[in-house]
Design a protein around this ligand. Structure first.
Ligand SMILES: [Zn+2]
Length: 385
């Protein structure tokens, strides 16, 4: 049974699956994969304090190697729908371009992976030499606690093993084939809190203004680079995102001042070494005069990089064969679910072109869907030869 990646992408785009809603998207995939002979599991994961989330695991074949396509059907909200050229959940087509929330991030890539799998299976007489799996979550754009983390744990508990994984996030910068993500930076959030003493602004000697200390510590933390990058990564970066004092009174020195920051870090650091570095620098800048502490938020985002090897060579070869381009191996950008998958098997990210992801008028050239399907098909043909 052949699948048309355009028709399947359009069907997925018509499902309003804004996190945490399933929106019908997993039901579409279940129907198509079951018809092709996959065993499909629908799994709802829940945890106190977060919305229950639907996920899907599908596999065809019982032998190894088992190659997994991973992805998410949830999407970020469309914002003001009136500002879209075509409504965000209508899958409008104009001038060879398909519009819709999730077109590139990442329903398009999931549809291409399904179409490539069905084409590969049809050519192989309906059964793969090895196994093809799909790990699809509805919790990537949200807090990501009831998605891939629990899906991988569930799979492990029932004895599923994965040899390699392709995650279809929109890895390409400008043209299909220009970039593979081979790793991701880590992410850590913290709040710098400086405590002073509240008082009348006209009698500063009776107060202790925490704004002075906050500015001193912020300046120190922004002054020095965290590192100079590594073989696979650019330099780590600390960015203050908010200064929170909340004082609306003009003649009052506040008692406390806070500043929130985020660090995107490379493989020079672990979360622990990074915290120690920041606190050492803050302590030096405070010089014993500023009362401060940092509230660190728990983070599930460590940095990682997938080692070069036969799988990377195979994927690069398939991309070059189909597109004529030699992809850059990149670790830039935000985090992705690859950070959870990498604990189970090597994972690479290759999908559509990311230019319009999370934007109004998210869209993909229809030609890219055919090209990405051809790349995935080539990967399957070589991997399961
Ligand atoms: Zn995504």
């Amino acid at each position: 049974m052949a699948a048309d990646p355009l028709a399947l992408t359009a069907e997925l785009l018509r499902c309003p699956s804004v996190t945490p809603a399933e929106g019908g998207a997993l039901t579409v995939l279940e129907r198509v994969l079951k018809a092709a002979g996959f065993t499909v599991h629908r799994l709802t994961f829940a945890e106190a304090g977060s919305a229950p989330i639907e996920n899907l695991y599908a596999r065809i074949g019982t032998a190894s190697p088992n190659i997994a396509f991973a992805g998410h059907t949830d999407v970020v909200p469309p914002g003001d729908e009136a500002t879209w050229r075509h409504p965000p959940f209508a899958a409008g087509i104009e001038d060879g371009t398909l519009y819709g929330r999730g077109a590139v991030d990442m329903k398009g890539a999931i549809a291409c992976a399904v179409a490539a799998s069905l084409d590969h299976l049809a050519a192989a007489g309906g059964k793969p030499k090895g196994s093809i799996s799909f790990l699809i979550t509805g919790d990537e754009e949200g807090v990501a606690v009831n998605g891939t983390v629990k899906l991988m744990q569930w799979a492990k508990e029932r004895g599923e093993t994965f040899d390699h994984c392709l995650l279809g996030e929109p890895s390409n910068a400008a043209e299909l084939g220009d970039t593979i993500k081979v790793g991701r930076r880590g992410s850590l959030n913290g709040t710098l809190v400086v405590t002073g003493k509240q008082g009348h602004v006209a009698y500063p000697e009776r107060a202790d203004n925490p704004v002075r200390g906050l500015v001193t510590l912020m300046s120190a933390l922004m002054a020095e680079p965290l590192d100079h990058g590594s073989a696979n990564f650019g330099p780590s970066n600390l960015e203050f995102t908010s200064i929170d004092i909340g004082n609306t009174t003009v003649n009052l020195i506040p008692g406390e001042a806070r500043a929130r920051f985020n660090i995107r870090f490379n493989d020079c650091h672990s979360q622990i070494s990074l915290r120690m570095l920041i606190e050492t620098r803050a302590r030096a800048a405070a010089g014993g005069h500023v009362r401060w502490h940092i509230d660190w938020q728990p983070s599930n985002a460590d940095s990682f990089v997938t080692s070069p090897g036969a799988f990377l060579d195979l994927v690069v070869g398939a991309i070059t064969h189909v597109t004529g381009r030699t992809p850059t191996l990149s670790t830039t950008g935000g985090t992705s679910d690859a950070r959870f998958i990498k604990n189970y098997c090597p994972v690479l990210e290759f999908g559509l072109v990311g230019q319009t992801m999370h934007q109004v008028d998210e869209r993909t050239p229809i030609a890219d869907l055919a090209t990405l399907t051809a790349v995935y098909r080539r990967i399957l043909d070589c991997y399961l030869a």
